[in-house]
Design a protein around this ligand. Structure first.
Ligand SMILES: [Fe+2]
Length: 258
């Protein structure tokens, strides 16, 4: 097959991927940047985040964290061993990485606890309206769309940008200093696990996407996968925006008039 993709160069360099993939990734960059540069991370990094925004963030993001292995399980169910090299690569990768996700929900609850949001609150409360957009989108795409669309939306887009913001917050000395020293290691573990340093998962996901689509996919298929990646960034962005809106709503009325 002339259009079969084989990684040509470093896994973590965009130039190793086919031109269509490079163009697709570059065209999503503005949306990715809006997530990566969101004010919520600045508030965390400066240790100025208020309790309401933090609670909205912890509760609103929880469904995405908790369901993430289920999205991957849905993708795994779409693979068929021996059908194509892309299927085989996806199957092997998903089986291995669902296990990696095993403790991440627990680490999220440890972060919530350390950030002053009780784990029972996270487990039992309804997320603030509009904050769980990304979780619902990932569920929809991994349940109902193609293998490549689901992996592009979750393992490539969501994990990729999460690695970037996690690294920023994890590196913040002010944020680390703002949490209790006794539980600091546990509080920061989720961030540490997701910080991008050596995390090659999103790149591996891109390699799988290219293996599934080949060097010369149909332009309509490229556009569909591009849209799925874009939707993930946009839903994360508006989810974060809702965290801020809800915190503004909690401000005392006269404070707002000052
Ligand atoms: Fe995770």
């Amino acid at each position: 097959m002339a259009d079969k993709f084989k990684l040509n160069g470093s896994l973590t360099k965009l130039s190793s991927y086919p031109q269509w993939a490079q163009t697709m990734v570059e065209s999503c960059e503005p949306s990715r940047k809006r997530v990566r540069d969101h004010a919520v991370w600045d508030m965390m990094c400066d240790a100025t985040i208020d309790n309401h925004t933090m609670r909205n963030f912890m509760l609103g993001t929880w469904p995405l964290i908790e369901r993430f292995p289920s999205y991957m399980a849905n993708s795994l169910m779409k693979t068929r061993y021996g059908r194509s090299p892309g299927d085989d690569l996806a199957r092997r990768w998903l089986v291995r990485n669902i296990r990696v996700e095993q403790n991440h929900a627990e680490y999220w609850l440890d972060w919530a606890d350390g950030a002053g949001v009780d784990r029972q609150d996270v487990l039992t409360s309804t997320p603030p309206q509009g904050t769980q957009l990304a979780a619902d989108w990932c569920e929809e795409v991994c349940e109902s769309d193609s293998l490549v669309a689901g992996m592009a939306a979750t393992n490539y887009a969501i994990e990729g940008v999460t690695g970037e913001w996690s690294q920023k917050v994890y590196e913040s000395a002010a944020y680390a200093a703002s949490v209790s020293p006794s539980g600091r290691k546990a509080t920061l573990r989720w961030l540490q696990m997701h910080a991008a340093y050596d995390d090659t998962h999103p790149w591996e996901a891109l390699e799988i996407i290219c293996a599934l689509m080949g060097n010369a996919p149909d332009p309509g298929e490229i556009e569909h996968v591009r849209e799925c990646i874009e939707r993930s960034y946009v839903s994360l962005y508006y989810g974060l925006e809702r965290c801020l809106v809800h915190s503004r709503e909690h401000e005392p009325r006269d404070a707002a008039c000052m």
